[in-house]
Design a protein around this ligand. Sequence first.
Ligand code: CP
Ligand code: NVA
Length: 304
Amino acid sequence: MKRNIISVLDMKDDMPEIVDLAIRLKKERGHHGDPLKGKSLAMIFEKPSTRTRISFDVAMSELGGHPLYIEMSSTHMGGHNETVEDTARVLSRLVHGVMYRAYDYKVMDRIGDTATVPVISGLDNLEHPCQALADMMTIKEKKGGFRGKKFVYLGDGNNVCNSLLYACAIMGIDMVACCPAVRMPNAEIMLGAARLAEKNGCHISASHQPKEACQDADVLYTDTWVSMGDDTPVETAVRIFKDYQINQELLSLAKPDCIVMHCLPAHRGYEITDDVMDGPQSAVFDQAENRLHAQKAVLYTLLK
Ligand code: CP
Ligand code: NVA
């Protein structure tokens, strides 16, 4: 049976195991053998990428497989000369897995439903599951575990925030989505994550009060105020989000050993200040490196 990872919910039953596998693969880097020898991964991007593209490429290579980077605009599907479904059918005859970065989650779902090989999301407008996986790995490394930890997401209730809601609910973290009322996370995801959290003995909540939310936090997390495909002008975003910037003042309200996370790319001086991003509590570059190890765990789980 083929398996997709398009939502964090696709890892509902084994996310802790995939995180542990990622941590093991990080320690074993350079000694993997060739578990994916003979396997190919088509990596198709509708939008730009630094981390996702490079980490999937290197992960596939270091596991002995073959990555193919494809810009969607250079395909017949991109030229609107072939349907999404026919493209998925053809890819399924040629490669062993597809990693896709989409503007629209509906396109992602159509590929996932039609392809007979595993489809992995490299981000769409609703979720970024592989980012959330690497983030959970980073929290485990830095904090030793998940239970009783307070995780505060500040800023835009976007794709990254949506995936983190599910991930925290699955892993047992207490998460506060601290976002302006006009930019809250997807309502269905928020509700689904809150229900999952309740069953799992943790708590998901919302706040519009950054100073209150950051009290005693173990992790502060932020992302860009304007995502790819979002046409909000920068001046509008600054007006909406300025109180949600992670700076020394907000960080001083959290626990002394609180870590700061950002999926990157960061817009220094907007959602995060230079001193916090480059300071001793910043985990952002470890987090970026962990994309590689987490991706290996995903590829190994789906393609081996
Ligand atoms: N965090 C992340 O997905 O970065 P890229 O857009 O560079 O892939
Ligand atoms: N929310 C951001 C994440 C980039 C990795 C975006 O979708 O542009």
